[in-house]
Design a binder for this molecule. Structure first.
Ligand code: CA
Length: 224
């Protein structure tokens, strides 16, 4: 799950990033409306946390343009005041939910989870495929009561494959989602983590395998 934060108060943006990362989300943060629009237009995010009062372009305008370009990513608007007019404008422009500053972490996380659920994506604590299960709270892969721990990157790669089993996922898609849209990570980074994951599947003696589509990407197969 990848989240974009558009918030010009850098300290707040960083605090939000930290909280979300600790909750296993991948996060990008930008600090003005123009950058926010550019990142959001890629369509790679599962949720956008968008401040209203922003330099260069305000959040409502960012949202209007996104919706006019048919980017339907769920948007949680942040508003500094509980101004009813902001809320009406925001809803008219296609916001999915609101949060008034200051807010408590628990509420933010609950709203984000609700938006991701509404998007129809799996936010369950566990993904299963074939004979293996991937657990979000323990960061582990298991089979028949046997567990192996995954690193953050291994977990994120496995999560993408298990959310879309048997579906070919291009290497660049992994890089965009996990390392970030403007990252200069090389494709062989993905290959390295895939090889770690294959070893872990072997350790578990799983029938699930990660197949390579040469030069393109990877997909999960087997287990039945
Ligand atoms: Ca602001």
């Amino acid at each position: 799950m990848k989240i974009l934060i558009v918030e010009d108060e850098v300290a707040l943006a960083e605090a939000l990033s930290e909280i979300l990362k600790r909750n296993k989300y991948a996060v990008d943060a930008v600090h003005d409306g123009e950058d926010g629009l550019e990142y959001a237009m890629t369509g790679i995010y599962d949720c956008i946390i968008l401040d209203i009062m922003l330099p260069k372009m305000n959040g409502i305008d960012v949202l209007r343009i996104l919706r006019s370009k048919h980017i339907s990513t769920p948007v949680l608007l942040l508003t500094a005041k509980s101004d009813i007019e902001d809320k009406i404008n925001g809803l008219d422009s296609g916001a999915d939910d609101f949060l008034t500053k200051p807010f408590v972490t628990g509420e933010l996380l609950a709203r984000v989870r609700a938006l991701l659920r509404r998007k129809g994506e799996v936010v369950a604590d566990q993904f299963t495929f074939g004979d293996i299960a991937l657990n979000k709270s323990t960061f582990s892969l298991s089979r028949n009561g046997q567990f192996v721990k995954l690193s953050l990157k291994e977990y994120q790669i496995m999560e993408m494959m298990m959310a879309n089993p048997r579906q070919l996922i291009p290497k660049e898609r992994f890089i965009e989602k996990i390392w970030g849209y403007e990252s200069d990570v090389e494709y062989n980074n993905v290959e390295v983590y895939i090889s770690f994951l294959r070893k872990k599947l072997t350790v578990l003696e799983s029938t699930v395998v990660i197949r390579t589509a040469r030069g393109i990407g990877y997909f999960l197969e087997g287990g039945d």
